[in-house]
Ligand binder design. Structure first.
Ligand code: HEM
Length: 189
């Protein structure tokens, strides 16, 4: 997925807008990790509703048509409705035994009998809010520092190639590889 986003946003352009790209990446990744959603059109639909919620989350709480708060309330309702559809589809899959390998957050939550559908939607939206701006901003800051400090960038770049070349064709980078990366770890990236 990271590769797809890099090819789409970075490869063909002279100038790269890192924050929007990192936001797309983290939102798509969260949809995969939390609900195993990989379909672009579904991710885009959820992302638009999520933008309505987050763009107004620090607004004056006046709920009349036309206010940012009203847009966030409407966005929240639509997003919960959308997530209920995702939850019901998953419940059906579990009942039909088609979800035996899914180890994402949604299946784990559904296997806890005491959690209602509405509680699950709220947990997922809460985690999307907690993970989205934080992670995309962190990625953007790392890129910003790498641009500002080319001598560090060069070391990171060389280190990444060393990892890439040490991996057999088609093998992905693992968390252990990242922890071995002395240049990134030294600088708390
Ligand atoms: C670079 C990325 C992130 C940063 C800088 C960050 C930062 C923080 C901070 C400062 C807090 C408050 C801690 C406190 O005062 O108690 C917090 C809480 C929390 N974060 Fe993150 N976070 C990041 C990524 C994530 C991600 C990816 C998730 C979910 C997948 C997440 C979920 C949460 C949750 C659920 C809490 C509330 C924990 C609690 O109060 O029990 N965060 N985060």
């Amino acid at each position: 997925m990271a590769k797809e986003i890099l090819m789409r946003d970075c490869s063909p352009k002279g100038q790269v807008r890192v924050l929007p790209s990192a936001q797309d990446y983290t939102f798509g990744l969260a949809c995969r990790i939390f609900m195993n959603i990989k379909d672009d059109s579904q991710i885009n639909k959820l992302s638009a509703l999520f933008a309505d919620i987050t763009s107004s989350q620090f607004s004056v709480p006046i709920n009349i048509p036309g206010t940012p708060f009203n847009r966030a309330v409407k966005g929240g309702k639509k997003m919960r409705k959308e997530l209920i559809n995702v939850i019901r589809k998953r419940k059906d899959e579990i009942e039909r035994g088609e979800d035996s390998n899914a180890r994402d957050l949604l299946t784990r939550l559904l296997k806890k009998a005491e959690v209602t559908e509405m509680e699950i939607t709220k947990k997922i939206i809460g985690l999307l809010v907690a993970s989205h701006e934080t992670t995309s901003t962190a990625i953007t800051m790392v890129i910003n520092y790498l641009v500002q400090f080319p001598h560090i960038y060069n070391k990171v770049y060389a280190e990444q190639w060393r990892f890439a070349n040490s991996k057999p064709e088609g093998k992905m980078l693992t968390w252990d590889d990242i922890q071995e990366d002395e240049v990134l770890m030294e600088r708390g990236m």
